[in-house]
Design a protein around this ligand. Structure first.
Ligand SMILES: [Ca+2]
Length: 363
C-alpha cells in the first residue's frame, strides 16, 4: 500500500494498562440533556444538521454536519459505507471518525447528538483544551457539539455477538477560529461487522474499524495508530493525552495535532516574550514531564539556573528573573529525576516596555 506520507502523522500512542473511561466521564448525553436520538438503523445518517457557529476543519469553515450511525461525522456528504477504506479518501468525504465500522442500532444501542452553548459545557471544554494544549492557555470555547454512540451492536451479530457493545463519544469544540475534537471511549468490545469479514460471535477479524480524520481530497488525513488492525479493539486503553480512553486533537488546519506531550522536540514557552524587569509567569509545555521530578530553566543571558514548579500533567512554570539585555535568547531546559536528565531548548524574547522606558527616564 502506497502511503501519501506528507500529512501522515502517526501519533505514538501511550499504551497504559489501567481502566478506561466510564460513561460518567463522558460529556453528559441522553434525552434528558436535550440530545436528538436517531431512529434504529443500519448504515443510516442524520439529516444535514445546521450548526449555529462556523466550524473550522482542515482549513475550511462548515455550517452543517452529518452524524453517521457507522461511527463518523461528515461535513460535505453522508457516509453510509460500512467497511472503512484506508485514509486518505477523496470524493468529498471530509470525516471525523471516532470509530468508523459497521454499527447497527437495530441490534442494540443508540446514536445521539446535540449542539450546545450551555455555559457549564463550554467551561468544561475550555478547561480541557487549556490543559492539553498549554499554548492555548486563554482558549474559550464558544460552541460544542456532542455525538455519542451509546452501547451499539455490530452488523451481523449472532445472539452472543449482539451482547458485545461499543460506547464512544466525539466532542467538537471551537471558538470560531481554532477547533478541537475529543474522542472518549468507554467499552470497546468489537471491531468489525460480518459484511466486513468479522466473526458473528466476536465482532473481531476481517477489516477492523478506523479512527482518524480525512480531508476528502484524497491527500490530507490523520489516522490513529492501530486503525484497521486487530489492535483497535484496545483503543479504550490507549490515549494521546495519557488518560486511557481519551484522545484530543486540534483539527482546524491541514495538520492534525495531538494534545499531550513528546519525548523529543519542542518546548513551547507561553507567553513567548516578556519584560526586562521579569516577574512574568511562564508556562513550559511539550515534553512528557510526568517522568521527571526536577524542572530547571536557564536563560542564556543570565548566570543562574531557575528551579521551576510543575503545574499540570503537561506543563511546569517559572517566574522570569530580571534581565539586563533585550532580544531573542535561547532557553535551556533540564528535566531530571534521580536516574536521568534530559535537555530541551526553547526560545524567548525579552522586550523593553513603555513603562520601563518611563521608569528609566524618571530615575
Ligand atoms: Ca452499519
Amino acid at each position: 500500500m502506497k502511503m501519501h506520507s506528507r500529512m501522515f502523522l502517526l501519533w505514538s500512542v501511550c499504551l497504559v494498562h489501567v481502566e478506561s473511561l466510564t460513561v460518567s466521564d463522558f460529556y453528559p448525553f441522553g434525552v434528558g440533556h436535550g440530545d436528538t436520538t436517531m431512529a434504529a438503523n443500519d448504515d443510516g445518517s442524520s439529516p444535514n444538521i445546521s450548526i449555529s457557529t462556523k466550524f473550522p476543519f482542515f482549513n475550511h469553515q462548515h455550517d452543517k454536519l452529518i452524524v453517521s450511525t457507522n461511527g463518523a461525522i461528515s461535513f460535505l456528504t453522508p457516509v453510509s459505507q460500512y467497511t472503512p477504506d484506508p485514509f486518505p479518501l477523496g470524493g468529498d468525504r471530509r470525516l471525523i471518525t471516532p470509530f468508523w465500522g459497521d454499527l447497527n442500532t437495530r441490534k442494540g444501542g443508540n446514536v445521539r447528538y446535540r449542539e450546545t452553548t450551555d455555559p457549564k459545557i463550554l467551561e468544561r471544554a475550555s478547561t480541557e483544551i487549556r490543559a492539553y494544549f498549554p499554548e492555548f492557555y486563554s482558549f474559550y470555547s464558544a460552541w460544542v457539539f456532542i455525538a455519542t454512540w451509546d452501547d451499539v451492536a455490530f452488523y451481523g451479530c449472532s445472539s452472543t455477538g449482539c451482547l458485545k457493545r461499543n460506547t464512544f463519544q466525539a466532542v467538537l469544540i471551537t471558538n470560531g477560529l481554532h477547533s478541537f475534537t475529543i474522542f472518549n471511549y468507554a467499552n470497546i468490545d468489537w471491531t468489525t461487522g460480518t459484511a466486513s469479514g468479522g466473526n458473528a460471535d466476536t465482532g473481531l477479524g476481517g477489516k477492523p474499524a478506523q479512527v482518524g480524520f480525512n480531508a476528502g481530497d484524497g491527500k490530507v488525513y490523520y489516522v490513529v495508530n492501530g486503525s484497521r488492525t486487530a489492535d483497535i479493539v484496545n483503543i479504550h486503553k490507549m490515549s494521546n493525552v495519557r488518560i486511557p480512553g481519551k484522545f484530543v486533537f486540534r483539527i482546524d488546519s491541514s495538520e492534525i495535532g495531538g494534545g499531550g506531550c513528546n519525548t523529543e522536540g519542542n518546548v513551547i514557552i507561553t507567553p513567548s516574550s516578556g519584560p526586562m524587569l521579569g516577574g512574568q509567569h511562564l508556562t513550559f509545555s511539550g515534553p512528557c514531564i510526568e517522568e521527571y521530578t526536577s524542572f530547571k530553566v536557564k536563560f542564556s543571558n543570565t548566570r543562574y539556573t531557575l528551579r521551576c514548579e510543575k503545574d499540570s500533567p503537561y506543563s511546569f512554570y517559572c517566574i522570569t528573573p530580571m534581565f539586563d539585555s533585550t532580544g531573542n535568547i535561547q532557553v535551556d531546559i533540564i528535566l531530571a529525576d534521580e536516574s536521568k536528565t534530559k535537555p530541551f531548548i526553547g526560545n524567548y524574547t525579552i522586550c523593553k516596555y513603555l513603562y520601563q522606558i518611563m521608569y528609566e527616564f524618571l530615575y
